[in-house]
Design a binder for this molecule. Sequence first.
Ligand SMILES: [Zn+2]
Ligand SMILES: [Zn+2]
Length: 428
Amino acid sequence: MKIEEIYIKVLKEVYLCDHCLGRLFGQLLSGLDNEERGKIIRYYLAFLIDSGEKIDINLANFYGINFRNVKIEIPQPPKCFICENFFDEKIDELVKHVIEKLSKFEFESFLIGSIIPRRILSVEEKVWEKVNLEWVEPIKAEVNRELGKLVEKFTKKRFELKNPDITILVDLENDRISLQVRSLYIFGKYKKLVRGIPQTKWLCSKCRGKGCIACKGTGKLYATSVQEEIEKPLLKATGAKKSSLHSSGREDIDARCLDWRTFIIELVKPMKRKIDLKKLQREINKSKKVKVSAMKIIKEGKFFIRKLKTEKLDKSYLAEVKFEKSIEKKKLKELKKLTLEPIVQKTPLRVLHRRADKFRKRLIKKISWKLLGRKNLQLKIRAESGLYIKELITGDEGRTKPNVAEILENKVKKIILDVVKIHGRIKI
Ligand SMILES: [Zn+2]
Ligand SMILES: [Zn+2]
C-alpha cells in the first residue's frame, strides 16, 4: 500500500489533527514529532489540490490553509476523530493539574503513565484497519511522551524510567490524576541503650492502633520503640506519613543492643527529600534510649532491605543469669560441650502464638563464663544468627537441646541480656 493511498483513504471520511495524522506514520523518519509529520502530509495534499489534482478528501482537513488557485469552501472541522482534540485543546489544562499536584512534593525525577479511554482506543483500531500497521504508533505512547515533555519543561525535573521519585498516573478514562511517591530510604546503624522498648512500634492488639481503654488511648503497647525514637525527627523533616524500620535481626524487648545494628528506615510518601541528615542525626541522638550513626540516603532501598534481611551475622551476647540453687563449679567446664554440635531448638514457647512450630539448628561458636556470686553467673556467648539465646540458657522446657540449665542441673530464675557484638558488617 502506497503512503498516499493510505492518507487519502483515511482522510476521505474523517478529520484528524496533525498529531493523529502523523502518528499513522510515526515509525517513519526520525527527528520529527508526530505533529510535524501530520503537518507535512496535510500540506503535501494541499499542494496537490491547489495544483489542480482532483482528490476526494474531507475538506475540513484543510481548515486554516489558504488555497491560491482553487476555489473551495472549507468547513470548520469537527473534533479530531481519534483524540477528540486532546493534543490541541486538553493537554495543557491537564498538565496544569499535574503540576499543581506535584507542587506539594520535592522530587528530582518522574515517570508518567496514562490510561486512554476505551472509546478512543477502539476508534484508533478502526483507523488502523486502513493503514500499514508497521508504520503506526499507538496513541498511548504519544500521550505519555507529550505529557512527559511538558512536565519536564515546567518542572525542570528529569524523566526517568528506573526508580523515579514520583510516578504520575493520568487516567483519562475517569479524569483522575494520581501520584505514587517513592519512599525515601535512609540507611544507618543504631544502638539500643535501655531495656523495655521493642524495636518497632507495637500496636495495641485490642484496638489495632485506634486507642482504647486497654492502651490508655495511645494505640500502642509500649510508650516508645527504637523505630519511634528514630522516626520522630525524620517524619517531621520529610513530611512523610509513616515509617517502617527494617534491620538485620532484632534484640528482645528486654535486651539492650550495645553494638551498632544496621537498619534501613523507610519514610513513606515524603514531601521533602533534601534533608540535613547530620542535623537530624544529632536530634535523634538527644534520645537517652537510642543512638544512631552513619545515616545516609540510599537509592535502591528495596534491594538493600532484602539484602539486610538475608544477611546472617554472628552475634555475641552477655547474659547475667540467676539460678535457683548454688552453682556447682565443677560442672561449669561442661558448658564447653555446647560448642561441639549444633543446638536444636523448637520454636520458643514465648513466640509460639505468632510463629510456626519448627526446628532450627544453630551453632555456638564460643562460650565463656564468670561466677558473679553463689547463684549468679555471667555468660559470654558467640552464636550464629538466629539462635534463641534465652532458650539456650533455660532449655525452654526441653524444647532447646542441649542447654545451659540442663548441663548445670540448675533451674534459671532470671536472665539479663545484652547484645554486645555484631560480627561482620553489611556493605551498602
Ligand atoms: Zn487527534
Ligand atoms: Zn488499644
